[in-house]
Design a protein around this ligand. Structure first.
Ligand SMILES: [Zn+2]
Length: 181
């Protein structure tokens, strides 16, 4: 762990956090700086690793793209982000951002489950509106079929759709962002 705020990596980390905040409807959804204990290690870790992480996430978006015809694909960017603890979501799709932006807290989900989280948010991005109606379930079902996940229930008001495909949450999301993952 690098314990200095004078590194280039730290500055890259700070700039990255500003970038993801501007892609969110509420910048307070990201709050690393007030975390006195962890901010140095988190920013240094972001500064050295975030490009590799986002590249991996983009590969998952590309896999989702493959499930749709070229003309039906939207322009989507994806960014990893450490959400503040009050944020109850592991992923968020900002359909009002140009391009449509998926933000996922990769610390809250094991790498093996990143694709599940990306697929869930991708279905929101594809439709261009929030909510988990029948149309959403159908798009997600199509994605699940293509990506090898079990398909979601199409029964109206079945709440399992809110966290489909299912995965187990991480116990300590910030540990991953500190580079201990
Ligand atoms: Zn959702």
């Amino acid at each position: 762990m690098i314990a200095s705020d004078r590194t280039e990596a730290y500055q890259i980390g700070i700039a990255y956090l500003d970038r993801v905040k501007s892609a969110l409807p509420d910048p307070q959804m990201v709050d690393v700086i007030s975390n006195i204990r962890d901010r140095v290690s988190i920013c240094n870790w972001i500064g050295t690793q975030i490009e590799d992480v986002n590249r991996s996430l983009q590969i998952h978006v590309n896999a989702c793209d493959e499930c749709f015809n070229l003309g039906d694909r939207r322009s989507i960017q994806i960014l990893a982000v450490p959400f503040a603890s009050f944020v109850q979501l592991d992923g968020f799709c900002n359909i009002n951002n140009e391009p449509t932006t998926i933000l996922v807290d990769v610390g809250r989900v094991a790498p093996a489950d990143w694709l599940a989280l990306v697929a869930h948010e991708y279905a929101h991005a594809h439709l261009g509106y929030p909510g988990h109606d029948l149309k959403y379930a159908q798009v997600l079902s199509h994605l699940c079929l293509g990506l090898g996940f079990a398909q979601p229930s199409l029964i109206p008001d079945d709440r399992s759709i809110y966290c489909w495909p299912p995965y187990s949450p991480s116990i300590d999301p910030l540990a991953w962002w500190r580079g201990e993952g």
